[in-house]
Design a protein around this ligand. Structure first.
Ligand code: ZN
Ligand code: ZN
Length: 340
């Protein structure tokens, strides 16, 4: 089969290449990919700003159909699923034993260390499977994984309560998901973005969230500041604005990844006694939250899907993601076979 691969260390070295179609071992399943989302992490992997173990098929936001299984996993064949991303965790370190496999030092994830979802098929352990709700469209299933990551950062414990005023900086997929999660917790949510985010901010309003342009943010800060502020921009100006918009004693959550050291006024945290938390990747518990948020109608994934591309058009899809053109662009490898 063909897959979009990181072929060697260093910036670039991303190309479509040939890899053997994987065979599921005991306890593993073979998933036919319906959609794999392109994420900021993939761009960081292309730029060599996020660890990977090439040569490897990229793509970690996967949804698809279980089409075959190894010994002991037959019962999963036919399920329409989204995938937890950990191919291997040690299960003996403190993190694994406390349900935080995302922090396991031995963790090897699909799309960076083990072949992932930018290919027609991917193999994962059966325990990684989560059912996609019938209400979620074929390609939008790829958005469960970023939702599980947002839930990891925002839900255990919940960062907002009814009556809180929450600000999300950066209205990409993670921002639009995080805004919906905060609203589910009872907060009044405002998303901020730049003029190039105009279409994304319009989508936020269609989802019932408030919006503000970053240039107007200072004037829009309520009273003494937002109770909860979540950065989904991963960019120094966004993070700086986010820290400044948090009220004294308020809660600041870092979700965006900068991919390199950046300069910030760290005294804002001390002088304002901010509570700072974060979330990286997902946990089995955050997947449970994700499923409940979709099934309860609190989070809508389908409006965030912009377009599906064949593998052959990956460069255009990556470039558009880099240019913040659209919200979530996905690769559907079945489109390559359908092309003339
Ligand atoms: Zn991702
Ligand atoms: Zn471990």
């Amino acid at each position: 089969m063909r897959g979009l691969m990181k072929l060697a260390a260093g910036p670039g070295h991303v190309e479509v290449g040939e890899v053997p179609t994987p065979v599921p071992g005991p306890g593993e399943v073979l998933v036919e990919v319906q959609a794999t989302g392109i994420c900021g992490t993939d761009l960081h992997i292309e730029d060599d700003e996020f660890p990977s173990r090439p040569p490897v098929v990229m793509g970690h936001e996967v949804s698809g159909l279980v089409v075959a299984a190894g010994a002991g996993a037959d019962q999963h064949v036919g399920r329409r699923v989204a995938l937890e991303t950990y191919f291997f965790t040690c299960e003996v370190c403190d993190a694994c034993r406390s349900g935080r496999r995302n922090l396991c030092p031995e963790r090897r994830s699909i799309g960076s260390h083990v072949n992932g979802g930018f290919a027609s098929h991917v193999v994962v352990p059966a325990r990684n499977l989560h059912d996609v709700a019938a209400t979620v469209g074929e390609h939008a299933g790829a958005l469960y994984e970023p939702l599980a990551c947002a839930a990891n950062a925002l839900c255990d414990p919940p960062v907002a309560s009814p009556g809180d005023r929450a600000l999300v900086v950066g209205p990409g997929a993670m921002g639009l998901i995080s805004g919906q999660v905060l609203r589910a917790q009872g907060a009044a949510v405002t998303l901020s973005g730049t003029p190039r985010d105009a279409a994304r901010l319009e989508l936020a309003r269609a989802l019932g969230l408030g919006t503000v342009l970053a240039a107007d943010l200072a004037a829009a800060i309520p009273g003494e500041g937002f109770d909860v502020v979540v950065d989904c921009s991963g960019a120094a100006p966004g993070i700086d604005a986010a820290l400044r918009a948090t009220r004294k004693g308020g809660h600041y959550v870092q979700i965006g990844i900068a991919g390199k050291p950046i300069t910030l006024d760290i005294d804002l945290i001390t002088l304002h006694e901010l509570v700072v938390t974060s979330g990286f990747a997902s946990t089995p518990r955050s997947w449970r939250r994700a499923e409940a948020l979709v099934e309860g109608g609190h989070v809508r994934l389908d409006p965030l899907l912009t377009q599906a591309f064949p593998l052959a058009s990956w460069r255009e899809a990556f470039d558009r993601t880099r240019a913040a053109d659209g919200v979530k662009l996905v690769i559907d490898p079945r489109l390559d076979a359908a092309a003339p």
